[in-house]
Design a protein around this ligand. Structure first.
Ligand code: ZN
Length: 251
């Protein structure tokens, strides 16, 4: 597997200091670049490193490099596999209201893709060497997980600001209906007045949530949306694209 120089430094720094430094640093990035009011709900998660053998024996972890367990507020990192992306991804789970929403759990691949996309964005902002591995190198430690769903969200953020997901992802107390409504409102305010309740519709047709979400967005954003979904432009935050907001005539 490909290891950038940064991973080596990062893992060494956290392993000799404290793994909690990693989650505090990740929380700082989330506050700086995504949502300034974010906090750990009760206390910072308890971070534990486990061996790959232990991970493989636990079907809920399997091949993953880490896991956040909301029931016990624990973060598990798999030894020799985790990297900065893992810590950011799991910290995002730890602060997200979606972790406590049954509906979001039903739409797990969609929300994993969102978490991964936000993690990629934070890498872009804070850890550029890891961002480059994440987006370009499928053999690297910090490579992208949940790629189709991650690109789906990346494409979405090519049309609307990334902050439109704040009410959906970070708002407490968790309330699915209110979160969906405030998310739809934020997207509509950014220029797409016809934006439908994609999450509500994805929820009622779970087996094809990817296609429902994609076709609803295609309907609102146009063909460019699906072109982005199929390419790395979707998640390459270093490439600026024209959002082409629609301006409606005054009523
Ligand atoms: Zn995850």
């Amino acid at each position: 597997m490909f290891q950038c120089q940064f991973r080596d430094q990062y893992v060494r720094r956290l392993s000799t200091g404290s793994l909690n430094d990693g989650i505090n640093e990740a929380l700082g990035s989330i506050q700086t670049y995504l949502c300034s009011s974010t906090q750990f709900q009760t206390a910072p998660p308890i971070v534990r490193e486990i061996s790959q053998e232990t991970a493989i024996r636990d079907p809920t972890i399997g091949q993953s490099k880490g896991q956040y367990r909301s029931g016990t507020n624990e973060m598990v990192l798999v030894k020799d596999l985790w990297c900065v992306k893992t810590v950011i991804h799991e910290t995002l789970h730890a602060v997200s209201s979606t972790q406590q929403l049954e509906e979001a759990i039903q739409l797990k691949p969609l929300f994993e893709g969102l978490t991964e996309c936000l993690a990629g964005y934070l890498l872009y902002k804070k850890y550029p060497p890891s961002f480059n591995c994440w987006k370009d190198n499928p053999d690297s430690w910090c490579r992208m997980s949940y790629a189709p769903f991650c690109r789906l969200w990346g494409s979405f953020f090519r049309f609307v600001p990334i902050k439109t997901v704040i009410p959906l992802y970070f708002e407490f107390p968790p309330d699915w209906r209110r979160a969906c409504q405030r998310f739809v409102d934020a997207v509509r305010q950014s220029g797409y007045r016809d934006f439908p309740d994609v999450l509500g519709e994805a929820l009622s047709s779970t087996p094809s949530m990817y296609w429902i979400f994609r076709s609803k967005c295609r309907g609102v954003f146009g063909k460019r949306f699906t072109i982005f979904c199929g390419t790395s432009i979707a998640i390459d935050f270093s490439i600026k694209v024209n959002r082409k907001r629609i301006t409606y005539p005054k009523e």
